[in-house]
Design a protein around this ligand. Structure first.
Ligand code: ARG
Length: 456
């Protein structure tokens, strides 16, 4: 018998019951639901709605249920529609009719909104921890691989030389922003809906501020209609998971490229690569491909949530039950992905000679133009002159650093013998010594800033 059976003369169709039920997934909120109910029973006692003895007895009964969940002894029943009704049903078995007083002045509408906010506040730090674990690996790689030179790309074409450490850290900072965003959205989610009841606010004199403090919320909702329908926090969380996944996907895409035979900059440790059932020679970066693929799924979850919300009128509608499927799946996805990529990156082998050999002298063309600028040549003109040198070299089947000085000087007298130094990758790096740049000195400072950001 469901909690709301009184006015019905026929029981719900079995398949409709299945569709309506959420116990399959909201059982995950069990411990939080009990905690919320204990706080509510305490508040009802404070308000004089329950006698002190009744309040104590209900809280004790809920404690027994909490232990049953903790020890995985809680026996769910066919008739349990959702976690809230399952807990109340069990409380009745344990303490008798007094259990019926627990739901006084409360609705599952404010109850579930409270539970999922508590869930978010509880789980955000777990993701934060995994995120920081990955950041720590990226930082460690930047420290350990210091000095390795590789090509930097734009449009996936070789562009300018960079330090591998600079590349590692380019994936550190997006995660740093994700970490900050997670903290900010958790703080914004710390608003307690409990007391909003079904939609109009409870009619019992509950001290909501005291209840919020007891449950660890920063504040209480200001409008009961809004309180039971507000899922901004869930949408924000899904946006957060989607954006974090997009950052991971970019990193993953580069690992997939760099581990290909064409690049051969990196090789995954065997523990993090997979084979082919057909081609014995294959070593695939499945872990990173999945990371990239799951970003799509997470973006879909965000889109699904926004589409679900956009059609709703004010207050509670059953559509909102879908929120949990989305946030649980998004959480599980990132919780599974983050530690694996952290370990895979920690153990990835690098081939410094191959990376450095991929830095060709034409990648120092901009340095050559900048050098002419330092001789007083306007940049546009310098750009043209270097372009002419490249064209000339190509025609001769040469590259920039194999052209004779006479050939250069034929193009412009501003080219002097020092240009051969300018065309060296090490010197190019040194010249990019600006905060945030790829010069070794600048990257050392960046490592220091990253270390402080992580406080390690
Ligand atoms: N299982 C429901 C959910 O997850 C709980 C709230 C039900 N409220 C209601 N009025 N039927 O959203």
């Amino acid at each position: 018998m469901p909690l709301w059976g009184g006015r019905f003369s026929q029981s719900l169709d079995q398949q409709a019951w299945q569709l309506n039920a959420s116990i399959q997934f909201d059982c995950r909120l069990a411990a939080l639901d009990v905690r919320g109910s204990q706080a509510w029973a305490g508040a009802l006692g404070q308000a004089g709605v329950l006698t002190p003895a009744e309040s104590v007895q209900i809280i004790a009964g809920l404690e027994t249920i909490q232990n049953e969940f903790g020890e995985q002894r809680f026996a769910f029943e066919e008739s349990d529609e959702d976690i809230h009704t399952a807990v109340e049903r069990r409380l009745g078995e344990l303490i008798g009719p007094l259990a019926g007083k627990l739901h006084t002045g409360r609705s599952r509408n404010d109850q579930v909104a409270t539970d999922i906010r508590l869930w978010l506040l509880e789980t955000a730090p777990v993701l934060e921890e995994s995120l920081r674990g990955l950041q720590a690996v990226l930082l460690k790689r930047a420290e350990n691989d210091f000095g390795v030179i590789m090509p930097g790309y734009t449009h996936l074409q070789r562009a300018q030389p960079i330090l591998l450490s600079h590349w590692w850290l380019s994936h550190f900072w997006p995660l740093q922003r994700d970490s900050q965003r997670l903290g900010q959205l958790s703080a914004r989610s710390s608003v307690m809906p409990l007391g909003a009841a079904a939609l109009a606010g409870t009619s019992f004199p509950i001290d909501r501020s005291a209840l919020a403090a007891k449950l660890g919320f920063n504040s209480t909702s200001a409008n009961s209609l809004d309180a039971v329908s507000d899922r901004d926090f869930a949408a924000e969380f899904l946006f957060w998971t989607a954006l974090t996944a997009v950052h991971l996907s970019k990193l993953a895409e580069e690992i997939v490229l760099f581990t290909s035979a064409e690049f051969h900059f990196f090789e995954l440790d065997d523990a993090f690569a997979t084979g082919s059932s057909l081609m014995p020679q294959k070593k695939n970066a499945d872990v990173f491909e999945l990371t990239r693929g799951k970003a799509g799924t997470l973006i879909g979850r965000l889109t699904g949530m926004l589409c679900m919300l956009k059609g709703l009128p004010s207050t509670y509608d059953k559509d909102l039950q879908e929120d949990k499927l989305a946030i649980f799946e998004a959480y599980d996805t990132l919780a599974a992905v983050l530690p694996v990529i952290a370990k895979a990156l920690e153990t990835v082998h690098i081939f410094p000679e191959i990376m450095t050999a991929a830095v060709t002298p034409d990648m120092m063309a901009t340095d050559l133009a900048d050098h002419l600028v330092s001789q007083g040549v306007p940049f546009r003109e310098a750009h043209d002159l270097v372009g002419l040198a490249i064209k000339h070299a190509k025609k001769q089947g040469k590259i920039l650093d194999s052209l004779e000085l006479a050939e250069y000087q034929h193009i412009s007298p501003f080219f002097g013998p020092e240009i051969y130094q300018v065309l060296k990758a090490e010197n190019s790096l040194i010249r990019h010594n600006i905060s945030g740049g790829t010069a070794p000195e600048a990257v050392k400072k960046q490592i220091e800033i990253a270390r402080q950001a992580l406080s390690v």
